[in-house]
Design a binder for this molecule. Sequence first.
Ligand SMILES: Nc1ncnc2c1ncn2[C@@H]1O[C@H](COP(=O)(O)OP(=O)(O)O)[C@@H](O)[C@H]1O
Ligand SMILES: [Mg+2]
Length: 351
Amino acid sequence: MNTVLVLFGGKSSEYEVSLNSAYSVIKNIPKDKYNILMTGITKDGRWLFYEDDIELIPCDKWQSGKCSRAVLSTDFGDKSVIVFENGSCKKIPVDICFPVLHGKNGEDGTIQGLFELAGIPFVGCGVLSSAMCMDKAVTNTIADCNRIAQAKWLSLNFSEYGENKEAFADKCVKELGLPVFIKPANAGSSVGISKAKTKEDILKAMETAFREDSKIVAEEAVDGREVECAVIGNDYPIASVIGEILPSNEFYDYEAKYISNESTLCIPADIPREKSDEIRNIALKAYKTMGCKGLSRVDFFIRNSDGAVLFNEINTMPGFTSISMHSKLFEASGIPYGELVDRLITLGLEK
Ligand SMILES: Nc1ncnc2c1ncn2[C@@H]1O[C@H](COP(=O)(O)OP(=O)(O)O)[C@@H](O)[C@H]1O
Ligand SMILES: [Mg+2]
């Protein structure tokens, strides 16, 4: 039996999202096929080996359970998690890591680099594809280079912000029109994103976005439907049916994603067959172009005015509870959640 180390939490604005995803993953890993080990990463980045009730995870009470300090050994020969307990330490072998972590330090290539150093296989995308998909300016650049249609966009570094605030806001209005979306280049779950309707809004939105990252992206607002396609696989990926999001707010912000419970996922999306085939093909192209492995969710807009499919982003560790879009899309495509989790671990071991 292979031993899977599930990592949850993380030093990221999406810590809470991860707790829910990880809970679902742990609950649904086929127990007859895998031994499960768990390690939580606190919001300030401390690693704690967790040996208690999984019910304490989603409500964020896990730190009151049995926890011991732990590190992943970077010694290529160890392939183990090292757990410190009562003044001594023990080495526990790990066959594969499953980083159920979203956003910074989890989905951005950093922890994937640690797994590479440690010589331990892992679920999901590698260092480069994780890092590229995390950074919206890099993603957009690569999409442009590969003729993947998307909204018009601009980016700005914090080092240029002070002197060029006004000029950048003017440039947004001139080149992208109004409204525009202002986003941190590296964040996730809509954290730090605003829809700006005036130049004044843009200036405020820039401040908000720069609180999350030292680079921001501005994008023309697409007036259209928001659709997503889940993909799994390594060299021969497969795409799910298409799902549509009907956000409860003006756009799919953090509140609409995780708090209000009023956003609706429509699976499969009510769109013509040819349109969904087109989207699936672009999703597979984007997935391969970015070098994704394991899983990702590729997000798009269908523009109202002309039906054009515009790529938005790739999430390399999308929300992954049993009722998240990625899981639901594969369930509707004939792969139930437990089997999906099993397949992802197998893909990680094969990589
Ligand atoms: N260019 C855009 N046009 C229209 N809506 C957008 C645009 N960019 C983002 N949005 C809205 O903001 C949400 C979050 O933006 P997104 O780029 O997906 O960031 P995140 O990585 O935080 O999910 C999207 O789901 C969508 O509702
Ligand atoms: Mg998104």
